[in-house]
Write a protein of this length. Structure first.
Length: 159
């Protein structure tokens, strides 16, 4: 068999001949940052959920907590610089201080709790915690039925 001569290409000539990347296919930095922030918050929520299920004395508790911290730092370092954080933060409804105040007000024994009936206090406290913890919208909250709750597993499943 006759050997076929190989052509040698310079890396630079290959780079120049490669089709230019279509700008419509690229993702802007703000979109990447938003997606990473949502991903980071999901990872934090998922790991926190596992941590809450473990006792502090459990052999894996400290390792899981440290892994969570490392994961969050790693994700944070990959969030693109140069985007307006104020645009991303503007999407949040309440500041940390407002959330803290709201949680204080809905405590069952709080003197600032505006509701008199114990049933209403418990119901409204649950509503606030569901909205804040799960990020539910009001329509999603209204759709929750008692059958959606599994108190043994501490889970909420929507149908």
């Amino acid at each position: 068999m006759a050997s076929i001569p190989r052509r040698v290409f310079s890396l630079e000539s290959v780079r120049k001949s490669a089709p230019a990347m279509d700008d419509s296919q690229s993702i802007n930095a703000e979109t990447v940052a938003t997606r990473l922030l949502y991903f980071r918050d999901f990872v934090k929520w998922k790991i926190d959920r596992s941590l809450y299920a473990l006792s502090i004395d459990h052999e894996n508790y400290l390792r899981l907590r440290d892994a969570k911290d490392r994961a969050l730092v790693t994700i944070n370092t990959r969030i693109p610089k140069g985007f307006s954080k104020s645009d991303l933060l503007a999407r949040q409804g309440l500041s940390a201080e407002e959330i803290s105040l709201l949680l204080e007000v809905v405590k069952l024994d709080s003197i600032c709790n505006p509701w008199k009936s114990e049933f209403i206090r418990v119901r409204n406290r649950l509503i606030v915690h569901l909205l804040l913890s799960l990020g539910l919208r009001k329509g999603e909250l209204l759709g929750i039925k008692i059958g959606d709750m599994n108190l043994e597993k501490n889970e909420l499943a929507t149908s």
